[in-house]
Ligand binder design. Structure first.
Ligand code: HPA
Ligand code: ZN
Length: 349
């Protein structure tokens, strides 16, 4: 592959530094999944919420997952400490400062309003708290950050439609909708009307598919929901016709290697198919998914995966380029970021 050879002069021992400083976009991060145990405990205390765990260490020790559902049970319990606008702000600001330090130049951040509105937290509280952090990031960290509202797929389509209507007064504060939570048994087509409504509203459309669910879920996310990106999508390699379709239409896949390892989608990081996805010509990039739960933020995902799979500088450039190409950016911003990426690689010693 030409991209692999182009940066062959960059020695392997310089890869961690290259990956750390490389400009990149993160397109698959659940903000509730960035809630570190220390912040969970601080917010629990601030809000008088009692947690089922006696200490930060006990909570962290419970992070041993066998599949997606075993993670989601703990993830929703952690989110129960979020009550006030300041809580949502503090959570998002903690993520954004970490992301900026890793040279994430642009982030598209998922949030799960139903996890909060179901506990009586108003939609306004959630969106205002998150928006105050993304606005501050633009001003003070020099990075761009946008929000994507996710529907919980274990709930009904009527509830998704209701959630979308509740969010409409804040329409200018989010750029798209997504679909997350328990994948198996909740296929994309369950949300056809909700995505059609979102499309009418001019929102961008993405959906988790092919993480635990079969390739058929990816087909239906594309053909029924008409999504522009697939979140995860790693199971696409089981279906060569699907791969051909994804390559032909340049559909981005927001891959999350440490998440896949921790949720046993692959038995070991060395078994991850990221290298194969790139070889197939798919527009994949690296993301952290739920960094507080899966062992690291974006750079940890890059360095661990590159180490496990023996990937090099050419793939690093391709993955970063894919992240900017797949982002919902306007053309001038995208070109600025792509130029920044090329300048970084050309000047790297
Ligand atoms: N998959 C599905 N739903 C989620 C995830 C995930 O990896 N993280 C948070 N909600
Ligand atoms: Zn996810």
């Amino acid at each position: 592959m030409t991209t692999t050879n182009r940066f062959a002069h960059i020695p392997r021992e310089r890869l961690p530094a290259l990956l750390q400083g490389m400009p990149k976009a993160e397109l698959h991060i659940h903000i509730e999944g960035s809630l570190e145990p220390e912040l969970i405990f601080k917010l629990a205390q601030r809000n008088g919420v009692s947690l089922g765990y006696p200490s930060v260490e006990a909570l962290r020790a419970a992070y041993a997952f066998t599949d997606l559902q075993s993670f989601l049970d703990i993830y929703y319990a952690g989110a129960s400490v979020l009550l006030k606008e300041a809580d949502f702000h503090d959570m998002a600001w903690a993520y954004l400062t970490k992301a900026a330090a890793e040279n994430v130049r642009h982030a598209e951040i998922f949030f799960d309003p139903q996890t909060h509105t179901a506990r009586g937290v108003p939609m306004e509280t959630v969106i205002k708290g998150l928006t105050s952090a993304t606005s501050k990031a633009r001003r003070e960290l020099g990075m761009s950050a946008e929000l994507i509202l996710c529907f919980l797929r274990h709930l009904s389509e009527d509830e998704a439609l209701e959630t979308l209507e509740q969010a409409l007064p804040y329409r200018e504060h989010f750029i798209g909708v997504g679909l997350d939570s328990s994948e198996r048994g909740h296929p994309p087509e369950k949300f056809e009307r909700a995505f059609s409504r979102a499309r009418e509203l001019g929102l961008h459309l993405v959906a988790h598919a092919g993480e635990e669910g079969p390739p058929e879920y990816i087909w239906n996310a594309l053909d029924v929901l008409k999504v522009e990106r697939i979140d995860h999508g790693v199971r696409c390699l089981e279906d060569p016709e699907l791969v051909a379709r994804l390559v032909r239409d340049e559909v981005p896949l927001t891959v999350c290697p440490l998440s896949n390892q921790k949720l046993c989608v692959f038995p070991d990081l060395r078994d991850h198919n990221l290298g194969k996805l790139l070889e197939a010509g798919l527009k994949a990039m690296v993301n952290s998914d739920d960094p507080a739960y899966f062992g690291g933020y974006l750079n940890q995902n890059f360095t661990d995966t590159f180490g496990a799979l023996g990937l090099g500088a050419g793939q690093a450039w391709q993955l970063a380029r894919n992240s900017f190409e797949a982002a919902f950016l306007d053309t001038p911003a995208r070109e600025r970021y792509l130029a920044e990426l090329d300048a970084y690689f050309e000047g790297f010693q």
